[in-house]
Design a protein around this ligand. Sequence first.
Ligand SMILES: Nc1ncnc2c1ncn2[C@@H]1O[C@H](COP(=O)(O)O)[C@@H](OP(=O)(O)O)[C@H]1O
Ligand SMILES: [Mg+2]
Length: 284
Amino acid sequence: MNDSVTDNLCSRNTLDALIRLCEQAGNAILAYYHGADRIEVESKSDRTPLTAADLASHRLLDEGLQGLWPDVPVLSEESPLAVTAQRREWDRFWLVDPLDGTREFLEETGQFTINIALVESHRPVLGLIYQPLEALAYAGIPGEGAWQIGACDGSWRELACRSLGGGFPTVLASARHRGPRLAHCLDWLNGAFGGHDRLNSGSAIKFCDMAAGRGDLYPRFSPCSEWDVAAGDALVSAAGGAVLDLAGVPLRYNCRDTLLSPDFIALADPTASQWRGLLGAMAT
Ligand SMILES: Nc1ncnc2c1ncn2[C@@H]1O[C@H](COP(=O)(O)O)[C@@H](OP(=O)(O)O)[C@H]1O
Ligand SMILES: [Mg+2]
């Protein structure tokens, strides 16, 4: 493949190649999955867990991406600090979470993913979220389309976010998400719509659910990093939604000293007039 840096990587061929890499990395993760309670766990500086499964997936993806596209740097959640320190010089790079939802992995809930985004000029222009247990990818290229892709049977199914209907909106969130700001958001929904439904999931599966038309909003006020969000942003944007900061502006990546994401709300139907009120309520 070896595309030069001037080539357009936003293609189905790229997604096919990424899925092959994700299959390998997913198999490396699954080798640790059953009996994950016995795997050695380190605690990182943000007090999230790190295991041999995260590192095995990181190594395969880092080497695989650099082998296929030597001109495009790779920034992974598990990259060494020396790599992370160079990132502000990059206009285009792969942003990778080799195992998103390590807690879910350790508790064997099945809700963990591999996230890969191609970031160009501070926006994700391609994103892929891979679920190793299902061998299923959710991928999007904004402006071209979003798809659910079966790694085993090679099937491609088009995805689209849903329009906001007349009933209760469905909130996508993790069962672990609590806190006063989420409670405020849910109260606002109850006031504006008379109630809300909730679909819980771990890791980037919330973005997959939105792109597949299973939810209306994913409010995130608890800490997470750009590698947790960028692939989902590309996917949801490609499926007709948007991932907005509380000023209503699409998120930008690799433009701050920190890689922590700002608070955001992902919306399946960003044109619905009700959301201006929600963003206003959450911004204050
Ligand atoms: N204190 C913290 N600081 C930064 N990120 C955090 C965090 N606590 C949780 N996260 C992020 O939230 C992700 C899990 O999201 P969710 O709660 O929606 O399942 C974790 O992904 P990893 O498992 O890749 O570390 C981690 O990146
Ligand atoms: Mg993560």
